[in-house]
Design a protein around this ligand. Structure first.
Ligand SMILES: Nc1ncnc2c1ncn2[C@@H]1O[C@H](COP(=O)(O)OP(=O)(O)OP(=O)(O)O)[C@@H](O)[C@H]1O
Ligand SMILES: [Mg+2]
Length: 221
């Protein structure tokens, strides 16, 4: 099995060094790495570091064996893609929100927005097609979370970094979302998922996963 993402001795301190996060781990092709730990343990921070949205104080990250500094950050963020804990929706319709990443110059040459694929994911996730015309600001928390996931899937990442993707969903929608993720992994054997989740029900639905426990340490060292 081939290693997709590996991180070694990642460290990030908070409160002028009073607390620090320290983590090492990896995810192989086809795997789900579940990231667990109490509130404030640094789970979201770790995912943001792996997406290169924030810098660690130290540590190495490798994507298919390449050190992160050797890879263009915009390409990295698209391929190793972070979906935030609280969905970010821009002003305008759901359709416009789904198209947003494709308006970036770094994307427009490579990939085109695929409305059929968007509608297929909406159906799989229990969202009505009319929602494309709805103002994104009026969506419920659970609807926004699913639209944000679809927006992420459409840009064809290789690794999804999902920050509590099921937190705002009822049991039925949670199962739909997990089915979509498992199917997404199967469609291409290079893919992998890192997912923060507190929900034991999530784990039961996943056919294969490992767990990484994260905790905040006291003191500078
Ligand atoms: N930009 C920042 N500046 C200062 N402190 C920060 C910053 N970002 C995160 N922290 C602190 O780092 C710690 C870890 O935060 P993080 O959001 O990663 O936790 P978490 O494990 O995701 O928690 P939760 O389960 O509540 O989402 C918290 O104590 C938080 O207050
Ligand atoms: Mg968090």
């Amino acid at each position: 099995m081939s290693r997709v993402l590996e991180f070694q001795d990642i460290r990030k301190s908070f409160d002028q060094g009073a607390h620090y996060l320290s983590a090492s781990g990896y995810v192989d092709q086809g795997e789900v790495l579940l990231i667990r730990g109490p509130s404030g343990a640094g789970k979201s921070t770790l995912l943001k570091i792996l997406a290169r949205l924030i810098r660690p104080d130290q540590g190495m990250i490798y994507w298919e064996g390449q050190p992160y500094r050797a890879v263009d950050p915009a390409l990295w963020r698209r391929k190793i893609h972070y979906v935030p804990q609280k969905a970010v929706m821009f002003e305008g319709t759901v359709l416009s929100n789904l198209q947003t990443p494709f308006r970036l110059s770094s994307m427009s040459d490579e990939l085109r927005f695929d409305q059929e694929a968007a509608l297929k994911y909406m159906e799989l996730l229990g969202l009505h097609p009319d929602m494309l015309e709805q103002q994104a600001g009026t969506l419920s928390g659970g609807e926004s979370a699913r639209v944000a996931l679809i927006r992420a899937l459409l840009i064809q990442p290789q690794v999804l970094l999902l920050d509590e993707p099921t937190a705002s969903l009822d049991d039925e929608r949670r199962d739909l979302l997990l089915q979509v993720l498992v199917q997404w992994l199967k469609e291409d054997d290079k893919r992998a998922i890192l997912m923060v989740s507190h929900n034991a029900e999530d784990i039961k639905s996943l056919p294969f996963y490992r767990v990484l426990e994260v905790s905040m340490h006291k003191g500078a060292e």
